[in-house]
Design a binder for this molecule. Structure first.
Ligand code: AMP
Ligand code: MG
Length: 472
């Protein structure tokens, strides 16, 4: 089996990556192969699950055509500038070109130390690997741009964190792994030649036809406005929106302490390291703009650094608000069954959300519950819902098929934290059945399958997961 590699990133200036093979592991073992994704990529899923495929997935064999590298990047972490980050536990094997001509990065996460590992071991344990597998695949099924999980393997080695854990490697597929921080890395070194080369590369690869760095900035701003609006409409909290975790392609990337909210509150934070709530649910749009402003600064050397360039970049950043608001409103209109637009729709949505926040209503169940009249059960005091419902019924009376709109905008199933945690705990005991069941169910998140009724429930108080960890 030869994989259809064509590695355009390695043809860029070699200051922005380091050639580095994965470090072999003791005893590779297959956890899962994503068959439909493998097929899309033109990779034989049976081969991928064979001993030969598993040894590639574990980093024990480098397939023909691969040119393994660790990518350099910088970034702002929680607002603080870090000039040198980079792939510390991930190896990019190369880019696979699919039968229909699309190009995807194939990366192994947890593949051993690189020159960017600092004090890290370059490894991952099954917890974060399964978490990223489940959540990234759920996001894809929910229609959110995202990196994907092609496969997961165990390493037969022990990884030491708070305790010893079984090691694992995730094979991740992405439109690319180029980050806001990749541009920041180059700009900070005043390497205009590399900056120009990466800009041209990104335009050709992700935004063909846009006009220069200014056009690219506008395109990335629009892509991020769409992306964050989708997150908001699903109750998704990324958790660590550092500039090194924001992909230029507009895909969701780096699933660490991310989580879907159970009970709605705009200030919700899960990440144990986010002590001040910088990356709280409702802060995500502002943080996206903040990150995009860092991208704009990185582009300035290519745009002349004069007042007109700065003004144009500032104007582009200011448009994020309008773009985001429009996307947000479109998504939340659909969530309450509105396919047409009326003046008071925004206020109607805000009223529902503020009552949900006061009443600890389950975000996913409340909206989906508009289909069958069960939404009111999510409120501690259902009368708070009834008052809103009267206004809402008057409004949806002017819609043709509100149920179809609600059904397509509100999933029945999301990867709830306590279910993800349960799947990880079972896997630690050697039982991968809950992991496989959760994945299979989440492949059709908008379906009403009675077999998955238990996965739709909110956590009971003793099940609720309130803290998530960065997952290295
Ligand atoms: P993150 O915020 O989890 O994406 O990681 C931030 C930085 O730490 C990145 O440069 C990672 O490559 C690096 N890093 C995280 N975990 C490890 C690890 N186990 N070994 C080496 N580097 C790591
Ligand atoms: Mg990261």
């Amino acid at each position: 089996m030869t994989l259809p590699f064509d590695n355009s990133y390695t043809r860029l200036p070699d200051r922005i990556f380091v050639r580095q093979n994965p470090v072999p592991v003791r005893a590779p073992g297959l956890i899962a192969v994503n068959r439909s994704l493998a097929e899309r990529l033109g990779i034989d899923a049976d081969w991928l699950g064979s001993p030969e495929g598993v040894s590639v997935l574990a980093g024990n064999a480098v397939p023909e055509g691969a040119e393994p590298i660790a990518q350099a990047y910088a970034g702002h972490q929680f607002g603080g500038w870090v000039p040198q980050l980079g792939d510390g536990r991930a190896i990019l094997l190369g880019e696979v070109v699919t039968p229909d001509g699309a190009r995807y990065d194939l990366q192994l996460k947890g593949a051993g130390q690189t020159p960017f590992s600092r004090r890290g071991d370059g490894r991952a344990w099954i917890g974060p690997v399964l978490r990223e597998y489940i959540v990234s695949e759920a996001m894809a099924a929910l229609g959110v741009p995202t990196t994907r999980a092609l496969a997961a393997v165990t390493t037969g080695e022990t990884v030491y964190r708070e305790a010893p854990f079984p090691g694992a490697v995730l094979a991740r597929v992405a439109a690319s792994h180029i980050r806001v921080g990749t541009f920041q890395f180059i700009a900070a070194r005043k390497d205009t030649e590399a900056l120009k080369a990466l800009t041209d590369h990104v335009i050709a690869r992700h935004y063909p036809g846009v006009d220069g760095p200014m056009g690219l900035l506008e395109a990335v701003i629009a892509a991020q406005a769409r992306l964050v609006a989708k997150w908001m409409s699903l109750g998704f909290i990324h958790g660590v929106m550092n500039t090194d975790n924001m992909a230029i392609s507009g895909e969701t990337i780096d699933y660490g302490p991310c989580a879907f909210m159970d009970f709605y509150h705009p200030n919700t934070v899960f990440s144990s390291i986010d002590q001040h709530g910088r990356y709280a649910y409702s802060n995500q749009p502002q943080i996206a703009v903040w990150n995009l402003a860092q991208l704009a600064s990185a582009f300035l050397p290519l745009m002349g650094e004069e007042a007109p360039a700065i003004e144009a970049a500032t104007a582009a950043l200011h448009r994020f608000g309008d773009l985001f608001e429009a996307e947000w409103l479109a998504r939340f209109r659909a969530k309450i069954g509105l396919a047409t637009e009326e003046e008071g729709d925004g206020a109607l949505i805000e009223t529902l959300l503020s009552r949900m926040a006061l009443q600890r209503a389950d975000f996913t169940r409340t909206f989906r519950g508009l289909l069958d009249g069960t939404a009111r059960e999510e409120f501690e005091e259902p009368e708070a819902f009834d008052a809103w419902e009267r206004d809402w019924k008057a409004r949806v009376a002017r819609e043709k098929d509100p149920k179809a709109t609600i059904r397509s905008a509100n999933p029945a199933l999301i990867p709830r934290n306590h279910r993800v945690e349960e799947a990880i705990q079972a896997a630690l005991g050697g039982d991968y059945a809950p992991f496989h069941r959760l994945n299979a169910a989440l492949a059709r998140p908008y379906a009403d399958d009675p077999a998955h009724a238990d996965l739709r429930l909110s956590p009971r108080p003793e099940e609720e997961v309130r803290r998530t960890f960065c997952g290295t």
